[in-house]
Write a protein that binds this ligand. Structure first.
Ligand code: ATP
Ligand code: MG
Length: 572
């Protein structure tokens, strides 16, 4: 797909290399700006599950700390009690750990600092830099002005310090209902940066917080909390996504006004991925409306969804490495993510045989009660993964789509009279076709095999072009297999008609469930999370729904890698 590139306005040069954050850090190390320290943080708001975009931020923050001998904190930005839950906190920790990162004992919460933030707010009030405002949220918006027009000062802007202190204390004490008053920074209502027009610092919310309970009924706004938390934790480089660029001025203003340790905010372009939505608001809708089975539905771009789908942390980290870090917004093709996954699974996934849509194949000249245990390599890419035995017998299943009664040109698979190789086994030739009397559907094939062709060749050296996978009917295990496609039909899910939203682009065929698949017996007892390559079909992962001997597989990704082609097209 086309790269939708918009230049980020910033204070560095326009075409920034992918390592511009490293350059900043290295410069700061050279000048000893933070005493040679590098200390970053990953600051999720616990109001949803982490997604692949967050992985970019996690890899960046933890990765930079590791590379420069520094530290990275996990800090929950829990300033909004209405949307936050313990379930999200737990899932975030699990996902960061799964990705392979360790915050050691540095698990922090913005709510740990509520008292300190309150004291600092009192300090600003005393210095005439903050005031209690009685305007409603709507009025505040009206007074704010626009990009082209200055705002209007609040009638409460010039309250005395005493009155402000009294009112703020009473706000905290719970004397006023939600929305009745706010604490605002007293900056400049005509400031060219709208963010600086007396931003709200505190709002009244009589809500129970997942950590502080009912201790507080005033809650700090993101901008008021974030920089101060960074400062308390001694963060050196506070790395955030591009949408906070305009907030940087306010970030700096608070730290300067309080005259406390001052980290540096650096913005980078968030990850956008084709055929994918990453906004939590949208992901929550998919979950709540039952479009998906939950946050960990294998079609979701959440880390828990990707994990269930069969993604490895290594593949995701490799992806994050390859996409790099830039200042300019762009859209990454999802084919790159899948490419990284294939590269990794190709190395680690054992090969097995499975048949998704079984068609019976009877070998007429194979002894009825004979079973051979054929040797099969587990991974041709890695001899150390060894071999296994696969049973072969007179009645097999092959893939229904590997047979055509009326084959097109260049058909190398099975058809009446045609010979193919059965992987790890023998050459077979189709001699007869059995149909369902009523429907005419092909229900069984009859073949003969060449006993001389065991292992894939014959003394006369004749060639066959097709090699099919198969399972022995009497030995194979039944399995359910879930096939996935993108959740959205368009590369940009937000590309909709006026009045519609992204759900208009949902792909009605994103999930296909096959319930009568057959897999080779070596998969008996395969544990949830184990990954395999089903020969010719793709990579598959055992789903946690597998229980009591019932096997359920998710197709992680098909074998066909389109990335090389796309990359070439993008370069031209
Ligand atoms: P949303 O806006 O969808 O609710 P968020 O960005 O507000 O998500 P946070 O929990 O605040 O979610 O994000 C934690 C960190 O992850 C932030 O530093 C944020 O900048 C970063 N982040 C979020 N989305 C992306 C993305 N798509 N690419 C890179 N970093 C991201
Ligand atoms: Mg956020």
């Amino acid at each position: 797909m086309k790269n939708t590139t918009t230049e980020g306005k910033n204070d560095t040069t326009d075409s920034t290399p992918s390592n511009f954050i490293r350059e900043i850090i290295e410069e700061d190390l050279r000048t000893n700006k933070y005493g040679g320290r590098v200390h970053t943080r990953f600051p999720p708001e616990p109001n949803g599950y982490l997604h692949i975009g967050h992985a970019k931020s996690i890899c960046l923050n933890f990765g930079l700390a590791a590379d420069y001998g520094g530290l990275c904190n996990l800090r929950f930005d829990d300033t909004n009690p209405t949307k936050e839950e313990v379930e999200y906190v737990e899932s975030i920790k699990e996902d960061v750990r799964w990705l392979g990162f360790d915050w050691e004992d540095r698990e922090f919460y913005a709510s740990d600092y509520f008292e300190q933030l309150y004291e600092w707010a009192v300090q600003l009030i005393k210095e005439g830099k903050a005031y209690v405002c009685d305007l409603s949220a709507d009025e505040i918006r009206e007074y704010r002005g626009t990009l082209t027009e200055p705002g209007k000062e609040s009638p409460y802007r010039n309250r005395s310090v005493e009155e402000n202190l009294d009112l703020f204390e009473r706000m905290r004490a719970g004397e006023f209902p939600d929305g009745a008053r706010t604490l605002r920074a007293r900056i400049d209502m005509a400031h060219p940066n709208v963010v600086m027009r007396d931003p709200v610092m505190y709002r009244i919310l009589h809500e129970t917080h997942h950590r502080t309970g009912d201790e507080w009924c005033i809650y700090p706004m993101y901008d008021w909390a974030h920089g101060q938390c960074d400062s308390i934790e001694g963060i050196t480089h506070s790395i955030c996504t591009l949408e906070f660029e305009n907030n940087r001025q306010l970030y700096n203003w608070y730290l300067d006004a309080l005259d406390i340790y001052h980290p540096r905010q650096i913005e980078f372009a968030p990850l956008n991925l084709s055929f994918t939505v990453l906004s939590k608001r949208k992901l929550i809708r998919l979950v709540e409306q039952g479009v998906v089975s939950g946050w960990d539905d294998p079609r979701m771009p959440t880390l828990s969804g990707l994990r269930r789908r069969g993604y490895t942390p290594e593949a995701i980290r490799d992806f994050c490495e390859r996409i790099g870090v830039a200042k300019a917004n762009s859209v990454v093709d999802i084919a790159l993510l899948e490419h990284c996954l294939r590269q990794d699974l190709n190395k680690r996934a054992p090969r097995v045989m499975a048949v998704l849509r079984p068609l019976r194949l009877v070998i007429d000249n194979y002894p009825e009660d004979q079973v051979e245990e054929l040797e099969a390599v587990n991974n041709p890419e890695d001899a150390s993964m060894g071999t296994r035995k696969v049973p072969f017998s007179r009645v097999l299943y092959i893939e229904r789509e590997d047979f055509r009664e009326d084959p097109p040109r260049k058909w190398f698979r099975l058809a009446p009279g045609r010979e193919v190789r059965l992987k790890h086994a023998y050459y077979v030739t189709c001699v007869d076709v059995v149909r369902d009397e009523r429907t005419g559907e092909v229900v069984e094939l009859h073949c003969t095999y060449d006993p001389e062709s065991r292992g894939g060749g014959t003394p006369d050296g004749r060639k066959v072009r097709g090699t099919l996978h198969w399972v022995s009917a009497a030995h194979a295990l039944e399995a359910e297999v879930r096939l996935y496609d993108h959740l959205f039909v368009k590369p940009d899910p937000d590309d909709v008609e006026e009045g519609a939203d992204f759900t208009a682009n949902l792909n009605p065929d994103s999930l296909e469930v096959l319930t009568s698949c057959r897999v080779e017996p070596s998969l008996a007892g395969a544990t949830p999370g184990s990954r395999y390559q089903f020969l010719r079909l793709g990579y598959f992962c055992v789903d946690p729904d597998s229980a009591n001997g019932k096997l359920v597989f998710n197709r992680t990704v098909t074998l066909r890698d389109t990335w090389a082609k796309i990359e070439k097209a993008q370069k031209n």
